[in-house]
Design a protein around this ligand. Structure first.
Ligand code: FPP
Length: 238
């Protein structure tokens, strides 16, 4: 489709790495490694075709409960991904930004430092904003936002009657980021799993049986084509 509308913001739940690996008799962490490769291709493609914001669910607040060797393997992958990005930071055009509880002590300090460095080095990049949901939980984000807002009310910075949806959105990790137009989930599961509950209210959902490591740029374009056949009404009658 040449005259298709490119969604301004696409959110993805990259699901199915474990099942992909199991089907092939490989360790789960190999699924995550192949999932990272799939992600790298999607980031470049999305930036190239004009997506302005891409948000992916990389690690949830609940994922810490996975077996320690899987968590360690994922942390290693995040570290390696960031090292690689830092090396080519001058060539890349996209911005890197984390949503999630980055201040938490559960995140290894060395990884945290790398994340802050990559965010700082890419903050003025002109291309797409790549938001990685890391140590992210939607309900946790809303609660953290509520606590900050209550503090501001107590300190007289915000008046209770001023609080509306726009003001509250500014207390979330996604401050200044438009809500996703399209949310893609791979692996055949059809739920949102605590991913962006506030922000996905009016998003179009696209579910595909494709496992994340097999998700190619062609699959991504198929999701955009499906989005182009949706009619978005935002609660209005037409
Ligand atoms: C869900 O598959 C996937 C995750 C919990 C991790 C997603 C992470 C990546 C794609 C790679 C990491 C990204 C970077 C940038 C290093 P699952 O393990 O729940 O799969 P399953 O449902 O088949 O078990």
């Amino acid at each position: 489709m040449s005259d298709r509308t490119i969604p301004e913001h696409i959110a993805i739940i990259m699901d199915g790495n474990g099942r992909w690996a199991k089907e092939k008799g490989l360790p789960r962490n190999e699924g995550h490694r192949r999932g990272t490769k799939a992600l790298e291709k999607i980031i470049s493609h999305a930036d190239k075709i004009g997506v302005k914001h891409l948000t992916v669910y990389a690690f949830s607040t609940e994922n810490w409960r996975r077996p320690q060797d899987e968590v360690d393997g994922l942390m290693k992958l995040f570290g390696q991904y960031i090292d690689k990005e830092l090396k080519k930071v001058d060539k890349d055009s996209h911005r890197f930004h984390i949503i999630g509880d980055l201040e938490s002590d559960v995140i290894p300090e060395e990884l945290k430092a790398k994340i802050y460095l990559l965010q700082e080095k890419t903050k003025d990049k002109p291309g797409m904003c790549f938001h990685m949901a890391f140590n992210y939980g939607g309900r946790d984000e809303i609660l953290r936002g509520c606590k900050k807002l209550i503090q501001d009310v107590q300190n007289g910075i915000v008046v209770l009657d001023e609080i509306d949806e726009t003001l509250f959105s500014g207390y979330l990790d996604t401050k200044n980021i438009p809500d996703p137009d399209l949310m893609i989930r791979t692996s055949g599961e059809e739920r949102t799993s605590n991913f962006l509950p506030w922000q996905l209210t009016y998003s179009e959902f696209y579910f595909t049986p494709c496992m994340w490591p097999d998700f190619t740029t062609k699959e991504f374009d198929k999701a955009i084509d499906a989005y182009n056949h949706r009619q978005r009404r935002f609660g209005k009658s037409e």
